[in-house]
Write a protein that binds this ligand. Structure first.
Ligand SMILES: *[C@@H]1O[C@H](CO)[C@@H](O)[C@H](O)[C@H]1NC(C)=O
Ligand SMILES: *[C@@H]1O[C@H](CO)[C@@H](O)[C@H](O)[C@H]1NC(C)=O
Length: 587
């Protein structure tokens, strides 16, 4: 094993100087702090005065969304019948909602939170709760409103319970807010909260929010963090059980928790009908993907490009079997001789041709052949569609570490592996075909972004950056470190002339109504051989080649690197991942 240390003496010296400079800057930091304390007596920052909070502008997509061609199903019809309860998605805008309260502190970017009340409802629809969002984003979100189709599914509350208020907060806010939970009749559940700026209980008349019959509800859990200050927390809520077969419906309401106040549970809706009729048809799916297909940028220094699966099979992939390691068989170019089914045991694995030059060619991939493989998944009881965009990279390059003044330390073979599957997921509303969120996969877990926070190109196509060597998906260019204290595994992202317009070449490989799955999809073993080194060996080796005074720190750091970076378990295909039937895993 050979390890390269990319620390030329000159750059080492440079970073050492930088390091010393930073130390001296830390001292002057004390001065800055003192000035800040004095500054706090000054008027508020300009956005307080100009009323220019991001949330004061309603988000719009770069270009208008195409109208959805009508089809037999119920996709894009604005409302969905959940079985006795028809629900519509009310998008937040000036005309549909009214802001009831806001504060200018706490929450993401310390810009505070705003609470909105749905006011313009379709005829015969009722409110289930209010909507909350951080002020650091343009107004972008939605809440469901409901119509009782069969009678007895919605009831006004009997009373309201106060679950907290902001009287005790000495922060800038539009007066204090009071949070009320409906007290529901027996057999009915509360889905959302009512918010007032007066201590008087909300009225129980037509303006009230409705309780939902118990068997049309499911348990929730906190989704994203909306606001937190002192002992108060606002979280958006999501169904506790999620996946392609789960019936819980994301309702768009939020919870408010305050120490020393009661916090009775809030529920979400449930699709008791769940017949997939609200999922997009083939033609509609094509239109959705034409609208939102991502642009995927590879790093300018990337050597390991994506390719189609069939390109790899045609150019030399071998199937190995345990116990018969010396007689691998070439994989057919259509993949039909791969073993199907079974589980991710180590009975079979793939590798590339043994001959060095041929192997190297396959590892480098072929951008021209690369294809996006789409998996269409019903989410939240088929009220949303996940279009999972899978990319195949024949090879995952090695990892690099940033450590103190060492900019980039190659980790030898660590991170290298044959066969790398990565994905981004478009989460689209089945009510109106609007993109809500995009999920970016990386090593373990990933990031979920609201559409209003994305970079778009060529209309409404989100821009995705695939990191150098590791190919993890990121929404922004730049450097992201996985580690601590400005040290860790490097994820380098940048625009370059190597990119993939996923809308040009794609194939739907699975989803409702897809009958022909490609043969390789049901190959559930590893797409590369198991890696034969241990993390400890390598940690020890790296520590040996570094000056002694940073060894201990490096050992500590490597303990924090996610196991996935080491790729020891070998890569599996899309169908072997828990997200195949589950929700995306975000942290
Ligand atoms: C789907 O689109 C094609 C081509 O635009 C069209 O010919 C066909 O009738 C459409 N199918 C349905 C079910 O609308
Ligand atoms: C796949 O390729 C093999 C070998 O060329 C061939 O025998 C087989 O019929 C092909 N299968 C399909 C489904 O095309």
């Amino acid at each position: 094993m050979q390890f390269l240390v990319e620390t030329h003496f000159k750059s080492l010296l440079f970073y050492f100087v930088l390091f010393v400079k930073q130390l001296s800057r830390a001292e002057t930091g004390i001065n800055v702090l003192t000035t800040n304390t004095v500054d706090s007596s000054l008027p508020h920052p300009p956005w307080f005065l100009s009323n220019g909070l991001p949330v004061d502008t309603t988000f719009t997509f770069p270009t208008p969304l195409p109208s959805i061609p009508s089809d037999d199903g119920n996709f894009g019809k604005r409302s969905i019948d959940l079985g006795g309860l028809e629900v519509a998605q009310l998008s937040m805008s000036d005309s549909t909602t009214r802001r009831v309260w806001r504060t200018y502190e706490g929450g993401p970017a310390n810009m505070g939170v705003s609470i909105f009340e749905p006011i313009t409802l379709p005829r015969n629809f009722f409110r289930l709760g209010f909507y909350a969002q951080p002020n650091n984003r343009q107004l972008f979100g939605w809440i469901l409103v409901a119509r009782d189709v069969s009678g007895g599914n919605l009831r006004p509350p009997l009373d309201y319970t106060e679950v907290g208020n902001t009287i005790s907060l000495s922060i800038k806010q539009d007066g204090p807010a009071y949070f009320w939970q409906p007290l529901c009749p027996n057999g009915y559940q509360a889905v959302g909260l009512y918010v007032t700026t007066s201590p008087l209980k909300p009225s129980l008349g037509q303006d009230s929010i409705s309780c939902v019959r118990r068997d049309l509800t499911e348990q929730t859990e906190a989704d994203t963090w909306v606001w937190r200050i002192k002992e108060m927390t606002i979280s958006s809520l999501r169904p506790a059980k999620r996946g392609t077969a789960a019936t819980g419906v994301y309702t768009g309401t939020f919870s408010f928790k305050q120490v020393n106040f009661p916090a009775p549970p809030l529920y979400c809706l449930k699709n008791t009908r769940f017949d997939l009729s609200s999922m997009p048809s083939k033609n509609q799916t094509r239109l959705l993907f034409q609208t939102y297909s991502p642009w995927i940028y590879l790093h300018p220094e990337e050597e390991y490009l994506p390719s189609s699966v069939n390109w790899v099979f045609t150019n030399g992939a071998l199937l190995y079997q345990k116990g018969n390691e010396f007689n691998p068989v070439p994989v057919y170019s259509n993949g039909s001789n791969l073993p199907k089914g079974g589980s991710n045991d180590d009975l079979f694995w793939l590798d590339y041709l043994v001959e060095k030059e041929a192997k190297e060619k396959v590892k480098r991939g072929d951008l021209g052949s690369a294809k996006a493989y789409l998996h269409i998944k019903p989410m939240f009881g088929a009220t949303f569609t996940d279009i999972v965009v899978w990319l195949f990279y024949p090879f995952n390059g090695n990892a690099h570490l940033k450590f103190l003044f060492i900019k980039s330390l190659s980790l030898g073979m660590i991170g290298e592996h044959v066969g790398d599957w990565e994905h981004v997921t478009l989460r689209i509303s089945n009510f109106n075909g609007e993109l809500w969120r995009v999920y970016f996969s990386k090593h373990s877990g990933g990031t979920l972004m609201e559409a209003c926070d994305l970079e778009f190109q060529g209309g409404n196509k989100p821009v995705v950056y695939s990191s150098l060597h590791g190919h993890a998906m990121f929404p922004k260019p730049g450097l992201v470190l996985q580690g601590k204290y400005k040290s860790g595994i490097r994820n380098d992202m940048a625009r370059s002339d190597k990119f993939l317009d996923a809308g040009v070449a794609y194939e739907v490989i699975a989803g409702p109504g897809v009958v022909h799955e490609p043969p390789w999809l049901n190959y559930l073993r590893k797409w590369g051989p198991r890696v034969h080194y241990t993390i400890d060996n390598i940690r020890h080796y790296i520590a040996k080649i570094l000056p002694f005074f940073i060894r201990a720190g490096l050992r500590k750091l490597t303990r924090k690197i996610p196991k996935e970076v080491f790729g020891q378990d070998g890569p599996t295909g899309p169908k072997s991942k828990v997200t195949w039937t589950g929700d995306e895993q975000y942290s």
